[in-house]
Every structure is written in structure tokens, then in C-alpha cells.
Write a protein that binds this ligand. Structure first.
Ligand code: MF3
Ligand code: CO
Ligand code: CO
Length: 265
């Protein structure tokens, strides 16, 4: 299927949904604490989203039972909020998708709880930097493979691995649309990016091997097969004529995630 090119009006509407998602993620950074349950994060995200007159897209999406994904430590993605208590040293990805007036905005970040281990810092900062590098190459005329290559080359050089089983995705009037955005691959391959395309980049980086397995009891929770830590960051990106716009960019630093390593280094 052809990749949708958004009109200026659609782009303006997407900006609104994306800003809401970014602001809800900022709120998570303000509130997240050791001793909190992932269910409490769900409540926070759900209530903040509803307060905005928006809808939390994960809720009932393909029977997902909650309003946000909370993926702790070896959970790669699609963790279901529940009674798990966040403890000192945990890392948790919180993935917020906001649906507002017909459009989706999708963004996630990995947060540090208390004092991170060396491995936790490593995998989290490699995931953060791999997304930054991938975004930097986005412009009209670049190729999808350039994105995957930028992530894989950096993450593997740092001794980490890149998850293959989940990809970024086109986004707009639908939560997931074409194209699939792989987080590994070869530069100079794949479809050309064109101004007006909107998609997510959301690399999942593991401290050990890239293999993941889905929990057989809930059919959602994806964990590393070897039990090593996994981290993820996600932004919704607009391709522009001479570069890109990070539609879920935050207007201020993300607490409990950005600048944490500087404190412990
Ligand atoms: N937000 C996830 C993504 O980045 C999708 C979550 S689907 C859910 O694509 F059902 F688990 F919420
Ligand atoms: Co996404
Ligand atoms: Co997401």
C-alpha cells in the first residue's frame, strides 16, 4: 500500500494529538516514583487523557485491556499495567498514544526508578541515542533503510542488540498504517521518504540478544528471551522538505529520564 501524504490541515490536527501525548508523558515523569504500581501509571495516563477530551488509544485496541503500555526491565514492549510495584533500580517504558479529533499521537520513553545499575543506564541511553540518530537522518529523499541502519549500527557498536519483532509505523487517522519502520537494515534501501509522511520511530534495544517472546498467559507482554534489560523511546515524526518535525517533541526536559545519567555518572 502507498504511504499516505498528509495535507497541511491534517498535519495541524496531528500536531494537536501529538502535543497532548507529549504532555501526558511529561506528567508521567513528574509523578512516577518508587513504590508506585504500574496500575497507578495507567490511572494517571487515563485520567489525564480523558481530561483533555481525548481517548487513550491502547484501551480495547485489539483487546488490550489498559490505557497505556508499561514495560518494566526485561519487558520489551506491550506490558500491561497491574499490581506490580516499581522498585529502586527498575527501568520502565511508558508508551502513550492519544487519539484526539480523529488523529493519533504516539510517544514513549524509558524512566529510571531510583538509582540505575550500570546495565540499566547503558541500555536506556543507547536506546535514547539510537532514536536521536535515526530522527537526524529523516528528510525528503532519505530512505526507510537509512533509519534502520542508523539505529542498528549505533546500538550494535555499543554492544547492545536491536529487536526485530516490532517496528515503527505510519500514523495519522489510523493508529498503525503503512509504512513499517524497521529499526535495523541497510542504508540506501527501502522506500523513499517524502514530505508529508508521518510515522513513528520506536527502537527497542536489549542489553543481551534481540530475541523476544510473548507471554502465553496474556498474549501481549513481550520479554527478552535471555532475561536481559530492554529499553525503548518513541516519537511521531513528520517528514518535511528539508528535514523533519518531531511532532511529539517535549517543551521541557523529561523528569526521571533525561539528565538522570548525568547525576549518577
Ligand atoms: N503504542 C504502541 C506502539 O508504539 C502500540 C501499543 S498497542 C497496545 O505502536 F494495544 F498494546 F496498546
Ligand atoms: Co508506535
Ligand atoms: Co507507542
Amino acid at each position: 500500500m502507498a504511504i499516505d501524504i498528509k495535507s497541511p490541515k491534517e498535519i495541524e490536527q496531528m500536531r494537536v494529538a501529538c502535543r497532548m501525548a507529549a504532555e501526558t508523558l511529561l506528567l508521567v515523569g513528574e509523578k512516577i516514583r518508587v513504590g508506585m504500581t504500574t496500575e497507578e501509571i495507567n490511572t494517571l495516563v487515563h485520567e489525564d487523557t480523558i481530561r483533555r477530551g481525548a481517548y487513550p488509544a491502547p484501551l480495547n485496541y485489539k483487546r488490550f485491556p489498559k490505557s497505556v503500555c508499561t514495560s518494566v526491565n526485561e519487558v520489551v514492549c506491550h506490558g500491561i499495567p497491574g499490581p506490580q510495584v516499581l522498585k529502586d533500580g527498575d527501568i520502565v517504558n511508558v508508551d502513550v498514544t492519544t487519539f484526539y479529533k480523529g488523529f493519533y499521537g504516539d510517544t514513549s520513553a524509558t524512566f529510571y526508578l531510583g538509582t540505575p545499575s550500570e546495565g540499566a543506564r547503558k541500555v536506556t541511553e543507547v536506546a535514547r541515542e539510537s532514536l536521536r540518530r535515526a530522527i537526524a537522518i529523516v528528510r525528503d529523499g532519505a530512505r526507510l533503510g537509512d533509519i534502520g541502519h542508523a539505529i542498528q549500527e549505533y546500538a550494535e557498536a555499543e554492544g547492545c542488540s536491536v529487536v526485530r519483532d516490532f517496528v515503527g509505523h505510519g500514523i495519522g487517522r489510523r493508529f498503525h498504517e503503512d509504512p513499517q519502520v524497521k529499526h535495523y537494515g541497510r542504508a540506501g534501501t527501502g522506500e523513499r521518504l517524502r514530505a508529508g509522511m508521518t510515522f513513528t520511530i520506536e527502537p527497542m534495544v536489549n542489553l543481551g540478544g534481540f530475541e523476544v517472546e510473548i507471554d502465553a498467559s496474556d498474549n501481549w507482554t513481550a520479554r527478552t528471551v535471555d532475561g536481559t534489560l530492554s529499553a525503548q523511546f518513541e516519537h511521531t515524526i513528520l517528514v518535511t522538505k528539508d528535514g523533519h518535525e518531531v511532532m511529539t517533541e517535549r517543551p521541557e526536559p523529561l523528569r526521571m529520564s533525561e539528565n538522570v545519567v548525568a547525576i549518577f555518572a
